[in-house]
Design a protein around this ligand. Structure first.
Ligand code: MN
Ligand code: MN
Length: 307
């Protein structure tokens, strides 16, 4: 029976590409592993899979009785619902340490870098396994996505060096140009229902026993969302009610202007104002320089909830 490698719910390119890359590595070193996903793929991820000739990983939501590698998260609420009934063989991640625990020893690769695929490259190097060209290309794109083409404050020297090495293996001359092409695909929001946009990259967090949902839309020009903003605001009100959430925040990130507008609905907006030291106007505020949910949005909010 093979093991599985799976990323978080509402999978992004890092979750999918790291499941694929880790599965190949594990299988090569004699431990058959299959990449899986917990949900539908974004246009950006489909672009990457198509570009490098990959099928979509298997859609698999139940892992009871299976061996599983968790990639790109370590928060229970973001992983498979029945993870407690699975054997977690390892965690490979670059987020804050979450609340997944195990009853058996596990392999843990957690590093404060910009992307899980940067860590998986370290694992390939550790095991002395050559990365195939197509996998290198997909890994490289995931790093460009997670680091917003190196602009995110989460980006480290390790990520930049990793992209250089992977680009060479994949035979890609200009990774940044491919990154821009990818972000253009990601920015194509015209005609997409507001609900799909809210959930395109959406994560729930447990903050001092309050459920907080934070979505993010990254575009190359925020103006393209102007005529959709009212619909997005109406949608996050629904999302908050449906999920019994304390708050829902949607980050509209302009990757060229390098900042984010926050759309906020909350039972207590003062927590959010405190977290970002900013005043909301009609549930909205622009935060200059904010690109990263994990580094710039989640930690201050968690602190604000904690006290
Ligand atoms: Mn992710
Ligand atoms: Mn990631």
């Amino acid at each position: 029976m093979p093991n599985y490698a799976v990323g978080h719910k509402i999978p992004d390119s890092d979750s999918i590409c790291s499941a694929i890359a880790l599965s190949y590595l594990k299988t090569t070193i004699g431990e058959p592993t299959v990449p899986a996903r917990l949900g539908e793929l974004s246009p950006e991820t489909l672009f990457i899979l198509d570009k490098f000739g990959f099928e979509q990983p298997e859609l698999k939501t139940s892992y009871a009785g299976e061996g599983v590698y968790i990639v790109d998260h370590s928060d229970k609420v973001q992983g498979p619902d029945d993870l407690d009934e699975a054997t977690v063989l390892g965690i490979i991640d670059h987020h804050k340490l979450g609340d997944i625990t195990t009853s058996t020893p596990l392999e843990c690769w957690i590093r404060p870098v910009g992307c899980t695929n940067t860590i998986i490259k370290m694992m390939y190097d550790f095991h002395g396994v050559e990365i195939p060209k197509d996998i290198a290309g997909a890994m490289m794109c995931a790093i460009l996505s997670d680091t917003v083409i190196f602009k995110s404050p989460t980006c480290t020297t390790a990520d930049i060096k990793c992209v250089e090495a992977l680009a060479e293996i994949a035979g890609i001359d200009d990774p940044k140009e491919l990154g821009m092409e990818m972000f253009k695909v990601k920015s194509a929001v015209e005609g997409t229902p507001a609900r799909d946009l809210v959930f395109r990259d959406f994560k729930d967090f447990n903050m001092s026993d309050n459920l907080v949902g934070i979505g993010q839309l990254e575009v190359i020009d925020l103006a393209m969302l102007d005529n959709m903003k009212a619909d997005l605001e109406a949608e996050i009100v629904k999302v908050k009610e449906e999920g019994n959430r304390h708050s829902v925040i949607l980050l509209l990130t302009d990757i060229m202007k390098e900042g984010s507008e926050l759309l906020v609905v909350s039972d207590d907006a003062s927590v959010i104002e405190r977290a970002y030291d900013a005043k909301l106007a009609e549930g909205k505020v622009w935060l200059d320089g904010v690109l990263s949910r994990k580094k710039q949005v989640v930690p201050p909010l968690q602190d604000a909830f904690a006290g």
